[in-house]
Design a protein around this ligand. Sequence first.
Ligand code: SAM
Length: 279
Amino acid sequence: MSATSSGTLYVVGTPIGNLGDLSARARSVLGAVDLIAAEDTRRTRRLLSSIELNATLMAYHEHNEQQRTPVLIGRLQQGDSVALVSDAGMPSISDPGLRLVRAALAEKLPVVSVPGPTAVIAALTICGLATDRFVFEGFLPRRSGPRRQRVEALLSESRTMVFYEAVHRIAATLETLAGLFGPDRPAAIARELTKLHERVYTGTLAGLKSQLGNEIPLKGEFVLLVAGSAAVRSASTAEAQRIFAILSNELSAKAAVALTAKITGLSRNDVYQLTRLPD
Ligand code: SAM
């Protein structure tokens, strides 16, 4: 790649289980860059050797990203191209990457996505819960107080919520969620996505807990998805429609939408959708 101008930072998705999910474009970028910044160099080396690539790697993980970011920015400024990969899925999604991307953008260096699998989207698209609006919550805090607080802040959330969770905490997390959202809240678990033992569990929070409880020892990687609160959704919908109906008698449609959004806290786009106005 050219060394005459700034190099490009490629943010490259890698498989979350099935090696066949490495895209042809990811393969060619990984083969062409001057340097690969990898969360775990041994793991990335294994991935590269499975596709018969040999590349220069630099470790880039949560414990050294502060020191390594300026080093990588320096390389990009000298004209070297850099690929950023994490252990699995997309960098920056519950993985290191954001700091480097921000630093590159701040230096006006080109940043390019080479998208690949990410567990949040893979899980969402096979779990059967609403996909039109969702919120990614990543990992909940480990300590029980902050954990509870985080879930409490989601009590009126009307979008599908997506959580990542470690195997040894999944049962406790289901318990916390069932306690706060109620045992009958629709939910799903996507386990071992793209791998041999891939499985989706659907039902309610309480039902999922008993389904998983039968599997001992519990193993694997999990994404936990919880339906948004239907009550909140329909209450805010009805209220927004009522407010809009009153305001639109007095104001232009545009002004009525803007004011309805301000009063209800919904986005203008949501209000447009609810009132079925053309954008
Ligand atoms: N960067 C990754 C991505 O784009 O999805 C996420 C990395 S995060 C450190 C690891 C967590 O992602 C796991 O604990 C699990 O919650 C989820 N995850 C990753 N791979 C998965 C898989 N194959 N099946 C289910 N969940 C997975």
